[in-house]
Design a protein around this ligand. Sequence first.
Ligand code: XIL
Length: 379
Amino acid sequence: MSHRPTRRTCLLATAGLVLAATGWRAGVEAQGADASLASVATAAGRYYGTAVRIDRIAVDDQYRQAILRECTHLTPEFEMKWDAIERIRGKPSLAPMDDLVSFARANGMRMRGHTLLWYRSVPDWAAGVLLEHKDWSPIRNYFSTLISRYGDAIEQWDVVNEPIDTGHRTDGLRENIFLRAFGPDYIRRALDDARMLAPRASLMINEYGLDYDIPVERDRRYLFLKLLEGLKSAGAPFDAVGIQGHLDLSKGPFSPKVFGDFLQEIANLGLQIVITELDVKEYDYLAPAEERDRRVADAVRRYLDVAFAQPAVKGLTSWGLSDRYSWLEVTPEDYARYPGAWKAGDGPGVNRGLPLDSSMRRKPMYQAIAAAFKRQPLG
Ligand code: XIL
């Protein structure tokens, strides 16, 4: 990877080196009650990590130290997405991703590459080029820019993100810009390019909405399995599947047997599995925090007890570590459900769906994750 470290990178790396020198890093801590998720997961033969943003790591010491304590793996929340990298065609802005990779390297942390192709992160200029000219070269150039620069730091690539959609095509493929420009074969082309550019990395297809025993997610699981089976039988080069794991307390029921059988069908294809984006969207924001946290922890326990019963599941990444920084907002629909409840401007205001609260304190969800790792270590 050839890039000139920025002043901020040096500061971050120095902070990381100091912390590393003091044995702050995961894996060197005691396995006692205060053991980190990093050490508990490692002891269980798996790993734990989180999605992060380098701009927050750079300014929030408490958040940075929590990440260093709790995680061995990092996923860029947005720095690596195509519309964040190449707003202007041919002029990639790589400084944020450079800083994040430098921070990870300085602290001995491992990285996931998220994500190469996602229909929601296509630069505006690329839409026209792909659709009008059916020109694959911007995709190949973007892959090559990222993988040549970061390939030696990235162990897993989410090559295709969220390819499934129900209610449209019989093959269940999302009618995204890639499919409209290149047909269903875009997935195979992306995997082939990624394998050629990153021959030693684990190539993954990452998907959401596969968790609950409800009709739409039953359909999504079926269609996703058909996609995986088709790609595997055609010899497509990929190694693993990312199950995002965005849990939602307004959904249900969750069937351990249904979800467990689904994971087994993926494993039967010879694929590894990573839970890549675990978090929990709440529904009732007016219950006392203790009750809200119990509900969240209970959902996570049920989910991970099934996930970790499957040997093909190798790791877990939550989509954020602390409620201080979660993409799960309390939405206008949530506010509308409680007219007047928050008129005074006070009230919950944040979704409590990540392991640490807004003050970086460990919540019942944190304990549920730790207990799930300990309960079912990889043999
Ligand atoms: C989300 C980020 O968290 C947001 O900050 C951004 O505005 C949109 O993307 N599934 C994914 C992630 O694979 O890339 C998405 O991340 C969340 C849903």
